[in-house]
Ligand binder design. Structure first.
Ligand code: SF4
Length: 363
């Protein structure tokens, strides 16, 4: 109980100092010049943050004591505390991090043949209200600062450092709707993509949205070479509105138009995430309808057999049905894969770990 009270008190505190991870190189250069220091120090600081990955300003030994004190005074460096760390038999690692104000967020490390991929969270909770999602159950508490998103990747990289491995890709598919926290998400993207930052190539970064249409147009105009995914989950308006209330505000035909704009503008292929929900959207006729819907879009479909979410009623699609759905799409010439399930023996579905923790807190 004492712990719960402590977290509640922390949650009421105002954010203290901004995270230094929220600064892009040019921001840090400007700050240094404004504070009477040399621009080139920014590169040194980035090296400490992203290459040596120190957790204390005092370890930045090639900076003067005065500058270290100024940095300490102005910025926070260690912004996340590991509350829970679970490792699955297949190597998937799931982290529950506590933020400075006591809220908790999830980050997942997935192991693939092609490397280590980190799935980051962009908001504390989410207000989108997808009916299959545990992350939205408590609503949106607050947006994450860019530095709090960057810090997730740094923390996971530090865990991998112990095994001599590196984060090779990042997916923005954790808790939250990234386009509902657009500016911080963009700042995050630029920092992890920067040669001086974590240096993760644009083609190794994926952002996924539930379909906030105005932001899709904006994102298309950024012309970043990163991978873009849409959580589609339905072949028609009715089913989509049932699964994802956002579809009532941003309807499927308008979403498809925005997607067309994106693919025309960037020349890039798009990914459609399609969760299979037993008896809801997983029949062969749904696959046919989906093939019709996307026939003119340069795309790939990722079928996701959903995990059972205790708080929700959806059930898993039987194996044979999953393959029948895939076969139907393939026959129609759709580029499709079934997502390999990872972390089955831990709380792998988005938001489950945090939901469990929250339940325990409120007991
Ligand atoms: S699936 Fe994503 S967008 Fe939908 S409620 Fe969950 S976190 Fe939000």
């Amino acid at each position: 109980m004492e712990e719960v009270a402590k977290r509640k008190a922390k949650a009421e505190e105002k954010p203290q100092k901004p995270s230094i991870y929220s600064l892009e190189m040019h921001d840090l250069e400007n700050w240094l010049v404004e504070h009477g220091d040399k621009k080139f120090r920014a590169k040194q600081i980035f090296d400490w943050l992203y290459v040596k990955r120190v957790t204390d300003f005092d370890d930045m030994s090639n900076l003067s004591k005065g500058l270290r004190e100024q940095l300490k005074d102005k910025f926070a460096l260690t912004t996340l505390k590991t509350v829970v760390q679970q490792t699955s038999g297949d190597g998937t690692m799931k982290f529950l991090f506590e933020l400075h104000d006591g809220y908790t967020i999830e980050t997942v490390l997935m192991r693939h043949e092609y490397g280590n991929s980190v799935c980051v969270t962009t908001q504390v909770g989410c207000r989108i209200g997808c009916t299959f999602c545990a992350s939205t159950l408590g609503g949106l508490k607050r947006n994450l600062e860019a530095g709090e998103i960057v810090a997730q990747v740094v923390k996971v990289q530090k865990a991998l450092d112990e095994q001599g491995e590196r984060v090779s890709s990042v997916v923005i598919m954790g808790i939250g709707e990234p386009f509902d926290n657009y500016d911080e998400m963009m700042r995050f993207l630029k920092t992890i993509n920067s040669d001086d930052g974590l240096n993760i190539g644009a083609r190794h970064i994926t952002v996924s949205t539930s379909g906030i249409i105005p932001k899709i147009y904006k994102f298309a105009d950024e012309k970043m070479q990163i991978n873009f995914a849409i959580s589609l989950h339905a072949p028609n308006n009715d089913i989509r509105s049932r699964l994802m209330p956002i579809n009532r505000a941003y309807k499927l035909p308008d979403l498809m138009e925005a997607i067309k704009y994106y693919t025309d503008k960037t020349g890039r292929r798009i990914s459609f995430e399609y969760g299979l929900f037993g008896g809801v959207n997983d029949q062969v006729e749904h696959a046919e309808e989906l093939a019709d819907l996307i026939k003119d879009v340069k795309c790939h479909v990722n079928l996701i057999p959903v995990n059972y979410v205790p708080e929700r009623d959806y059930v898993r699609t039987p194996r044979e049905q999953i393959f029948a759905f895939e076969r139907t799409l393939k026959k129609r010439g759709v580029n499709v894969t079934i997502r390999r399930e990872q972390g089955h023996d831990i709380d792998a579905a988005c938001g489950q770990l945090r939901a469990k923790e929250r339940k325990e807190e409120t007991r």
